[in-house]
Design a protein around this ligand. Sequence first.
Ligand SMILES: [Zn+2]
Length: 250
Amino acid sequence: MMDKITVTGMVINATPVGDFDKRIVLLTKERGKIAAFAKGARRPKSTLMAGTRPFTFGEFEVYEGRTSYNIMSVNAKNYFDDLSRDVEGACYGFYFLELADYYGRENVDGRETLNLLYQSFRALLKPNLKNILIRRIFELKIMTINGEYPEMYKCIGCGKDKDKFYYSVQSAGLVCEKCMDKRGGLRDINVSTIYTFQYVISSGIEKLYTFDVSDEVMKEFSDIMNKHMKMYIDGEFKSLELIDGISWLK
Ligand SMILES: [Zn+2]
C-alpha cells in the first residue's frame, strides 16, 4: 500500500544511483529529514533533473513506500541558482546543508531548520553581509535549535548574573571570578561577544542577519564556536576544507 503526500522542503543532499537515478535527502517541514529515490532524474529530459539538485526549495510530491520515499514531481519555489554561481557562497551553502544533514532526524518537525537554511542562503547572497559572520550565526543557531548552545546568560557555577565573566570551554558557558577556579579551559570574553551570543540564541530567525560586529568580536565569536563545536559535534564536514582553502587565498 503506497500513500501519496506533498511535503515542503529543501534538497540537502543528492547522490547518483545507477545510470540515471538519484537518491536525495530532503529536509521537510512535515517529516523532518527523509531520503527519497528520484527515478530517471539524471536523464537529460527528466522533469526531475533541476528540482532534485541541492539547494532546491519547494513542494515535493512523494509516494511513501514501505522502506523509502519516491519523488513523483517537484514544484520548485527557489533554486538558489545565484548561490551556485558564487564559489565562496556555494561552499558556505554546502557546509550549512551538511550541518542540517548532521542534525536532521526523520519524523520530527523540520520547520525551524528549514527556515534557518532559507534565511541563511538569502543572507549569503547579500553583498554587504560578511560570509564569515553568516557562518558563525548559522552554526550557533542550528546548535541552539538542537539544544547544544553555550550558557551565555549566567554563571555556570553559581547561576548568578555578574559584571565580569570568563568563558569556560569545558563547561560550555560563562563563569564568574568566584567560580573560576573549578573550571577548565578558561578564556577572556568581551561583553559585546556575550551580547552577540545572546542575540543569536534568543532572536527569531528572520532577525538573525541584521547586525555587524567588530573584528575583535568576530575573532572571539569564531574561536569560541570552533571550540564549542569540537566538544559537541562528532562529524567531519567536507565543505569546511574548501572554505578554509578559500580563506587562505585571501
Ligand atoms: Zn559563579
